[in-house]
Design a protein around this ligand. Structure first.
Ligand SMILES: Cc1cc2nc3c(=O)[nH]c(=O)nc-3n(C[C@H](O)[C@H](O)[C@H](O)COP(=O)(O)OP(=O)(O)OC[C@H]3O[C@@H](n4cnc5c(N)ncnc54)[C@H](O)[C@@H]3O)c2cc1C
Ligand code: FES
Length: 1285
C-alpha cells in the first residue's frame, strides 16, 4: 500500500499497487506499508490477517500477503466497505489454491450490508444463514443433526479499530506541505530519472529529451522494459506538475488532466453520473462501464488516462469511446499548445500516435452528451475483469431532433488491427439514414468491410473477432431502438415494442461476489478435549502466511558469494545445435561463468537429459546456463548467448501431426466384453470426438532452488520447491556423480505445485548443483513466470475419438475410444497419465463392453507432466461428451442417461476387473440432485430459455469418480521420525511436503490424536531427506494417507515405550512420563513406517487394481451464456464429495473448492496458445487467464457426504485433494446445454462438438446465428497465428 499526503484536499490517500510496477523513484514522498508492517506474530496481528487465516482463506500462502494488503487498503480508505467495493478490491488479486470463496467470506465480515451471520455468534455461520434465506437448503439435509456448517467462529475475532492503525509519517506530511518547486534527479548505473518542478520545466525537458518517456503510472512502460527489452536512459516523471492532475467541469463538459489515474477518473465520472442529468452523461457512463473492468484496482490506481491514450494500444478500452464521442486532446510543447480531436487520424500505427516527439498530452476534454445522442461501449475479454479485451467498441449515434434520422454515426473498434479502428464506410453511408429494421443487415455488411482482418492476423481468432464486431453492433442497434422508443413514443419508427425475447441481448452480466454454504459431518462425541481430528482446524501456517513471515525458498537470505543462475533455452522446436557462442555474454558485467553439458561431472541423464547435448526438441529446451552476481546480470548474459541451429524435420507439434507421423511413445489398451458383438446388438451408434486443451500449473511460486555446496566430502545442500525431494536428491547426486548420502534436500513449504514440481524442479536443481559444483559457490535459480511457463509443460492436451453403441432407451452397451495425449519432447509422466486416463474412461458408468486405446504422442513441445488429477479430468470430459451425444440422439435428458448407466452396488466391476463398492457413487448423485434442487431448476432453465433469445441458461449434473494413490506399488510407502525432548515437546518429521494442501496441519492433528497431547506441543519444522529418507512424491491425493499412517506408527511406537511409565503413574502427565522414560534410559526417538497396498494393472492382460480406493462425488452447475459475445456467467455449482470421515473438513472443503476452481479454469478459460513454429505465446498472466474472483459461481455449495466410511485410509478418511478438478466438467456441460438451447433457436437440434476450454470464442462460434453466418471462413491454406496442439 502506498500512502500520499494530498495538500489540496488535506487528506492522506491510500492506494494498493503492484510492487513490480512501482519503481523506487516513484515513491518519493510516499509511505509504503507492507504486510509485515501491519502485524506480526511477534507483536500483534491485524484483524485482516487474522480473519483470512481463521476463515481458511490461505492454503499455500503465496498470494495471502497480496490479499491482505488489498483488503487493508480498502479498509484504510473505507472502514465499512460495501460488498461491491470488496468485489472490486479483490478483482486484481489471483489465488491458485483456494477458489476465493473463503477469502471472500473472511473479508465480507468487514462489510456494512453484510448478511453474514458470522457476526451473530458461533451457532450459525453466514453461509448457512444466507443459504437459508435464499431457500437454497430447503431440500438439503438442513435438519440433519449429524451435520455442521460452521467452518470458523467469529465471536472471538479481533475488532477493526481504526485508531490502532499505523499513522502517516508526520515528516512526510511536513515535507509535502513545505514542498518548494524543485527539480529532483535520481541517477542510476545506466539511467536518469527526472521529476520536473513544474509544467514549464517539463516542456523544456521534453524538448531536450524528446525520446524520454513521460512515465506516469508505469503500467505500460514497466512491462515494455521488463518483457520487451525497452530501455530508456532518461525518464521524466511528472508527479509534481499540477496541470496534469487538474479536474475541471465546464459548461460543455469535463476537462481531466492527463496524469489523472484511471481510478480517480472512475470516481469522478461515477459521481458526475449520479449528480448530473443522464442526458448529459452518456459518454461518462460508457467510460465508467469500461473503467469498472479495466485492469484491477492496483492497475487503475497507477495507470493514467493520458498514458492509456498515448500508449496507443489497440486494445485500449477507453480510446474507442473517446474517439467515437469526439473527445478533445490538449497538447503542449515548448512551442505552444494545440487541441486536436481524438479520432481516426490520431492513431498512426501500433502503439504510435500523431503526437510530436517533443509534445505531451496535457488534458482530455470529455464533452457532455445531449438529447438524441447515444453512446455505448462494449468489450469481450478472455476474463470479465483484469483482462485485455479481445475486441471492444465505442459507438455513438446522433439523431436529428425528434426523429430517427441519423446525423452522425461513429463506431470505433479495438482488438481488430494494429490501432483503434474507425468504421469509416459505415459512418459515411449511414448518415441521413433512418434507424429502422432495414439498417441492421446493411450495417453488418459495411462493418465487415470496414473491419477486415487477414486470416493470419496476430492474436488469431479472426472469425470470432469479426463476429464480435457485428454482434456488438446488434447490441447497440437494439439498445438504441429501445431508447428511441422511449423518446419517440408514438412516432416510433418500428411501430412496435422491441420483442421481449430480444431484450436479453441488451442486459450485461453483473459481477457478484461468490457465496454459498459448506456442510460436513460433526465429529464423534467420544473425542478427548483438544483432539482436533474431524475439526475444521486452521492451516498450521495460516497466520504466518498472512503476516508475511512464512519462509519460502527465495526468502532465504543471500549466502556469502552467492551466484544466480539463468537458463539458456532453445528458440527452435526441432534443430541440431551447430554452435554455442558465449563470448559476448561472458564479457558482460557481473557474469561469472557458463554451465554446459561439459561441466556435468556425473550423468547427463536422469529420466531425460539434464542439459541438451546436441539436438533440441522443443522451444524452451534447456541448453546451458549462465551464473552471475545477480538476477539482472545473469538474465542479460543468458540473452547474449548466441546459439546457431540447423533445422531438422519433421516438426511435430499437434496431435494430428503426431497421428499422421505415427509419433508415439507408447500404445496402451484396455478392454472388456465383446465390443463388436455389442455394436451389432445396439439399437443405434454414435461417433464423435472432443479435444481437451492443456493447462498451465500456474502455481504462484515459480520453480525456486538454492544449492549450497559444503566444500567438504562433496556434500551439497539443496533447498528446492519440489514435491519429490527423494527424486531431487537422486538426480542431483547422479548428475554430480556422488553418492546419495552427500545430498540433502530440504523443503519447508511450497507456494503451490499441483503436480508441476514433481519432475521439473529436480532437473533445475541438478543444473544449479552443477553450477555450484563448478564455481564452488552457492547458486540460486528462481524462474521468472514467463520462463517457468515456457520450460515446465503442464497438463496433457488430449484428443478423444469415440464410437458408442446404445439402446433406444439410453442404455449404453458398447464404447470404443481412442485417446491421444500430447506428451511433448520427453517422456516425463506421460505413460502413467495415459494409464490413468484409460483406467478412468468409464468415469462413474458401468459399460459392459469397452475397447479403449491410448496413444502417448511424442511431439516438439515442452514435455507435459503431472497435473492435479493426473489425466482423469481429460477422461471425464471425453466420457461426458459421449454420454451427452447419446442423450441427444435418444431425445432424453443427459442426466437420465447418466443415471441409468451409473455403477451400482457393492460389487461393481471396472473394465480391468477391479471390484469396488460403488454405493456412495449413487448416494452422492442423489444427494447432489437434492441439494441442487436439480429438477426444479431444470424447469426454470427451460422457462428462461423460452423467454430469452440471446441469453441462454444451461444446467448439468455429472457423477465423479477419482482413483486415489499411486498405481505403482513402490510409491505406496512412507516414513516418519519423531523425537520427544526432555521438556515434553515433540519434533515430528515425515516424508510429505506442505504444498498448501494442509498436509502438515492434518499430520499434526493425527499426532496430537495419537499421543493425546495438544497440537501446540508438537512441532513440524520441514521435510528433509536427511531426516526421512526414500520418500515418495507428495501427489496423487495420497499425502495424508501415506504419511499419516507412518506418523501414527511412530506415535504408537513411542507410546509403547512410554506405556510402562503410564501404567506406573496413571495420573501422571505427559511430561512426567517423558521424564521417567529418560531417567530410565529409554530412547524417545522413534521412526514410523507405512507399507501401503500393492496395486497395479497388468497392461498385457488389461487386469488389475488402479488404486486402493475411489473418491466419489457429483457436481451440478448452472450457467448463463451471452450468445452474442460468448461470455458466460457461472450462476451456481453444488458439489457433493465422499471424503470418508474427514480429518479436517476446513482443509478438505478448501481442497474441493480450490480443485473445482482449477477445473473450472481448465474447462472454461485457460487456453495455451502456440505459434505454428511451436513457440508458446501464453507466457504470463496477461495472456493466460486463470479464474479470478469474478469467475467463481455466484453460489458455490459444498457438502461432504455424511456417514461415509473408508477402511482403506487413516481414520476412515479419503484423499480428496484432486477429485473436485473433475467437477469443473459440470460447468463445461452446462455451457454445452446452454449452447444447445441457443442452436435450437435456428432449428439445429443434433449433436455438436464443444472442445475444452469453452472459451468465449468457442461459445460464440457454436451459437450459430445470422451473424456467424455472415462471417466468411478462413481460407484453408492460410497459416493461422496460433495452432491447437
Ligand atoms: C495488468 C494490466 C492490465 C491492464 N488492463 C487494461 C484493460 O483492461 N484495458 C485497457 O484499456 N488498458 C489496460 N491496461 C493498460 C493501462 O491502462 C495502460 O498501461 C495505462 O493506462 C497507461 O498509463 P500509465 O500512466 O501507466 O502509462 P506509462 O506506462 O507511465 O506511460 C505509457 C506511455 O504513455 C506516454 N505518456 C503517458 N502520459 C503521457 C502524457 N501525458 N503525454 C504524453 N505521453 C504520455 C509515456 O511516454 C509512455 O510512452 C492494463 C495494464 C496492465 C499492466
Ligand atoms: S493460497 Fe492463494 S495461491 Fe496459494
Amino acid at each position: 500500500m502506498i500512502s500520499k499526503y494530498n495538500t489540496q484536499e488535506k487528506k492522506i490517500l491510500h492506494f494498493s499497487v503492484n510492487a513490480c510496477l512501482t519503481p523506487v523513484c516513484m515513491l518519493h514522498g510516499a509511505a509504503v506499508t507492507t504486510v509485515e508492517g501491519i502485524g506480526s506474530t511477534r507483536t500483534s496481528i491485524h484483524p485482516v490477517q487474522e480473519r483470512i487465516a481463521k476463515a481458511h482463506g490461505s492454503q499455500c500462502g503465496f498470494c495471502t500477503p497480496g490479499m491482505v494488503m488489498s483488503m487493508y487498503t480498502l479498509l484504510r480508505n473505507n472502514p465499512a466497505p460495501s460488498t461491491a467495493q470488496l468485489q472490486q478490491c479483490l478483482a486484481g488479486n489471483l489465488c491458485r489454491c483456494t477458489g476465493y470463496r473463503p477469502i471472500v467470506d473472511a473479508f465480507r465480515t468487514f462489510c456494512t450490508a453484510s448478511t453474514c451471520c458470522q457476526r451473530r455468534g458461533p451457532e450459525e455461520s453466514c453461509h448457512r444463514g444466507k443459504a437459508e434465506q435464499d431457500g437454497i437448503m430447503a431440500e438439503s439435509k438442513d435438519s440433519d443433526q449429524d451435520m455442521c456448517s460452521q467452518l470458523f467462529k467469529t465471536d472471538d475475532l479481533l475488532p477493526l479499530d481504526e485508531t490502532q492503525e499505523l499513522i502517516f509519517p508526520p515528516e512526510l506530511m511536513l515535507m509535502e506541505e513545505r514542498r518548494e518547486e524543485r527539480t529532483l534527479v535520481f541517477r542510476g548505473e545506466r539511467m536518469m530519472w527526472i521529476i520536473p518542478a513544474n509544467l514549464e520545466e517539463l516542456l523544456e525537458l521534453k524538448s531536450q529529451y524528446p525520446k524520454a518517456p513521460l512515465l506516469v503510472g508505469n503500467t505500460n512502460i514497466g512491462p515494455n522494459m521488463k518483457f520487451k527489452g525497452a530501455f530508456y536512459p532518461v525518464i521524466i516523471h511528472p508527479a509534481n506538475v499540477s496541470e496534469l492532475h487538474s479536474v475541471q467541469f465546464t459548461e460543455e463538459g469535463l476537462r481531466l488532466g492527463a496524469a489523472c489515474s484511471l481510478g480517480h477518473v472512475k470516481n469522478i465520472l461515477e459521481k458526475a453520473t449520479a449528480e448530473i442529468t443522464s442526458e448529459k452523461t452518456e459518454i461518462f457512463r460508457a467510460l465508467v462501464g469500461q473503467l469498472c473492468v479495466l485492469g484491477g484496482e492496483q492497475i487503475r490506481n497507477m495507470a493514467s488516462l493520458g498514458g492509456n491514450i498515448v500508449s496507443g494500444a489497440p486494445t485500449s478500452d477507453l480510446n474507442p469511446i473517446l474517439a467515437a464521442s469526439k473527445c478533445v486532446l490538449e497538447l503542449a510543447s515548448k512551442g505552444g499548445r494545440r487541441e486536436i480531436h481524438l479520432d481516426e487520424n490520431f492513431f498512426v500505427g501500433f502503439a504510435k500516435t500523431s503526437l510530436r516527439p517533443e509534445e505531451l498530452l496535457l488534458s482530455v476534454f470529455i464533452p457532455y452528451s445531449r438529447k438524441w445522442q447515444f453512446v455505448l461501449a462494449f468489450r469481450q475479454a478472455p476474463r470479465r475483469q483484469n483482462a485485455f479485451s479481445t475486441v471492444n467498441a465505442g459507438m455513438q449515434v446522433v439523431f436529428k431532433d425528434e426523429t430517427n434520422v441519423i446525423t452522425d454515426l461513429r463506431m470505433f473498434f479495438g482488438g481488430v488491427g494494429p490501432t483503434t479502428v474507425f468504421a469509416k464506410r459505415c459512418s459515411k453511408e449511414l448518415t441521413n439514414r433512418s434507424w429502422d429494421e432495414n439498417l441492421l443487415r446493411q450495417t453488418c455488411e459495411l462493418l465487415l468491410d470496414d473491419i477486415s482482418l487477414p486470416d493470419s492476423a496476430p492474436g488469431g481468432s479472426v472469425q470470432f473477432r469479426r463476429t464480435l464486431t457485428i454482434s456488438f453492433f446488434y447490441k447497440f442497434y437494439l439498445q438504441v431502438w429501445q431508447r428511441l422508443q422511449q423518446l419517440l413514443g408514438k412516432e416510433d419508427p418500428f411501430g412496435a415494442n422491441i420483442p421481449e425475447r430480444l431484450c436479453s441481448a441488451t442486459i450485461p452480466f453483473s459481477i457478484e461476489l461468490p457465496r454459498g454454504f459448506q456442510s460436513f459431518q460433526k465429529v464423534f462425541s467420544d473425542q478427548f478435549s483438544g483432539d482436533g481430528v474431524g475439526q475444521p482446524v486452521m492451516h498450521l501456517s495460516a497466520i504466518k502466511h498472512a503476516t508475511g513471515e512464512a519462509v519460502y525458498c527465495d526468502d532465504i537470505p543471500r549466502q556469502d558469494g552467492e551466484l544466480v543462475l539463468a537458463l539458456v533455452t532453445s528458440t527452435q522446436a526441432h534443430a541440431k545445435i551447430v554452435s554455442i557462442d558465449a563470448s559476448k555474454a561472458l564479457q558482460l558485467p557481473g557474469v561469472f561463468d557458463i554451465i554446459t553439458t561439459q561441466d556435468i561431472p556425473g550423468k547427463n541423464i536422469g529420466m531425460d537429459e539434464i542439459l541438451c547435448e546436441s539436438e533440441v526438441t522443443c522451444v524452451g529446451h534447456i541448453i546451458c546456463g549462465i551464473v552471475a552476481d545477480n538476477q539482472r546480470h545473469a538474465k542479460m548474459a543468458a540473452a547474449a548467448v548466441k546459439i546457431s541451429y540447423e533445422d531438422l524435420e519433421p516438426l511435430i507439434l499437434t496431435l494430428e501431426d503426431a497421428i499422421q507421423h505415427k509419433s508415439f511413445y507408447a500404445h496402451f489398451k484396455l478392454g472388456n466384453g465383446n465390443v463388436d458383438a455389442a455394436f451389432e446388438k445396439a439399437d443405434q451408434q454414435v461417433e464423435g470426438q472432443i479435444h481437451i486443451g492443456g493447462q498451465e500449473h500456474f502455481y504462484m511460486e515459480t520453480h525456486s532452488i538454492l544449492v549450497v555446496p559444503k566444500n567438504e566430502d562433496r556434500e551439497v545442500e539443496v533447498v528446492c520447491s519440489t514435491q519429490d525431494p527423494n527424486f531431487t536428491q537422486s538426480l542431483v547426486a547422479e548428475t554430480l556423480g556422488i553418492p546419495y548420502n552427500r545430498v540433502t534436500v530440504r523443503v519447508k513449504r511450497i507456494g503451490g505445485s499441483f503436480g508441476g514440481k514433481v519432475r521439473k524442479a529436480s532437473r533445475i536443481a541438478a543444473i544449479a548443483a552443477v553450477a555450484a559444483h563448478k564455481t564452488g559457490r552457492s547458486v540460486r535459480c528462481i524462474l521468472e513466470r514467463g520462463e517457468d511457463m515456457l520450460i515446465s509443460g503442464g497438463r496433457h492436451p488430449t484428443l478423444g475419438r469415440y464410437k458408442v453403441g446404445y439402446m433406444s432407451d439410453g442404455r449404453i452397451i458398447a464404447v470404443e475410444v481412442s485417446c491421444y495425449t500430447n506428451g511433448g519432447n520427453e517422456l516425463d509422466y506421460s505413460l502413467t497419465v495415459m494409464q490413468q486416463i484409460l483406467s478412468m474412461l468409464d468415469s462413474g458408468y458401468h459399460i459392459p463392453h469397452v475397447c479403449l486405446n491410448g496413444f502417448v504422442c511424442k511431439t516438439n513441445l515442452p514435455s507435459n507432466t503431472a497435473f492435479r488429477a493426473f489425466g482423469q479430468p481429460q477422461a471425464i470430459a471425453i466420457t461426458e461428451s459421449w454420454i451427452t451425444d447419446v442423450a441427444t440422439k435418444c431425445g432424453l435428458s443427459a442426466e437420465k442417461v447418466r443415471e441409468m448407466n451409473l455403477y451400482r452396488g457393492e460389487e461393481a466391476c471396472t473394465p480391468y476387473k477391479q471390484i469396488f463398492d460403488s454405493r456412495n457413487q449413487l448416494n452422492c448423485w442423489n444427494e447432489c440432485l437434492q441439494m441442487a434442487s436439480y429438477h426444479n431448476r431444470k424447469i426454470s432453465v427451460e422457462e428462461f430459455n423460452k423467454l430469452n433469445c440471446w441469453k441462454k441458461r444451461g444446467i448439468s449434473i455429472v457423477p465423479l469418480r477419482k482413483s486415489v494413490g499411486f498405481s505403482e506399488s513402490i510409491f505406496n510407502q512412507a516414513g516418519a521420525l519423531l523425537h520427544v525432548y526432555e521438556d515434553g515437546s515433540v519434533l515430528l518429521t515425515h516424508g510429505g511436503i506442505e504444498l498448501g494442501q494442509g498436509l502438515h496441519t492434518k499430520i499434526l492433528q493425527i499426532a496430537s490424536h495419537e499421543l493425546k497431547i495438544p497440537r501446540s506441543a508438537i512441532h513440524l519444522s520441514e521435510t528433509s531427506t536427511e531426516k526421512v529418507p526414500n520418500t515418495t512424491p507428495t501427489a496423487a491425493s495420497f499425502g495424508t494417507d501415506l504419511n499419516g499412517m507412518a506418523v501414527k506408527d511412530a506415535c504408537q511406537s513411542l507410546l509403547q515405550r512410554l506405556q510402562p511409565f503410564m501404567d506406573e503413574n496413571p495420573k501422571g502427565t505427559w511430561n512426567d512420563w517423558v521424564k521417567e522414560a529418560l531417567n530410565n534410559k529409554v530412547s524417545l526417538s522413534t521412526t514410523g513406517f507405512f507399507k501401503g497396498e500393492d496395486v497395479s494393472i497388468d497392461w498385457e492382460k488389461g487386469e488389475g487394481t488402479i488404486a486402493s480406493y475411489f473418491v466419489f462425488g457429483a457436481a451440478c452447475s448452472e450457467v448463463e451464456i451471452d450468445c452474442l459475445t460468448g461470455d458466460h456467467k457461472n450462476i451456481r455449482t453444488d458439489i457433493v464429495i465422499d471424503a470418508g470421515q474427514s480429518i479436517n473438513p476446513a482443509v478438505d472443503i478448501g481442497q474441493i473448492e480450490g480443485a473445482f476452481t482449477q477445473g473450472l479454469g481448465l474447462f472454461t478459460m485457460e487456453e495455451l496458445k502456440y505459434s505454428p513454429k511451436g513457440v508458446l505465446y501464453t507466457r504470463g498472466p496477461t495472456q493466460y487467464k486463470i479464474p479470478a474472483v469474478c469467475d467463481i459461481p455466484e453460489q458455490l455449495n459444498v457438502s461432504l457426504l455424511p456417514r461415509s466410511q473408508n477402511p482403506k485410509a487413516i481414520y476412515s478418511s479419503k484423499g480428496i485433494s484432486e477429485a473436485a478438478v473433475l467437477a469443473g466438467c459440470s460447468v463445461l456441460y452446462a455451457i454445452k446445454d446452454a449452447i444447445a438451447a441457443a442452436r435450437e433457436e435456428i432449428g439445429l437440434t443434433g449433436n455438436f462438438t464443444l472442445n475444452s476450454p469453452s472459451t468465449p470464442e468457442r461459445i460464440r462460434m457454436a451459437c450459430i446465428d445470422q451473424f456467424t453466418e455472415m462471417v466468411p471462413d478462413c481460407v484453408p491454406e492460410s497459416i493461422p497465428w496460433a495452432i491447437v496442439v
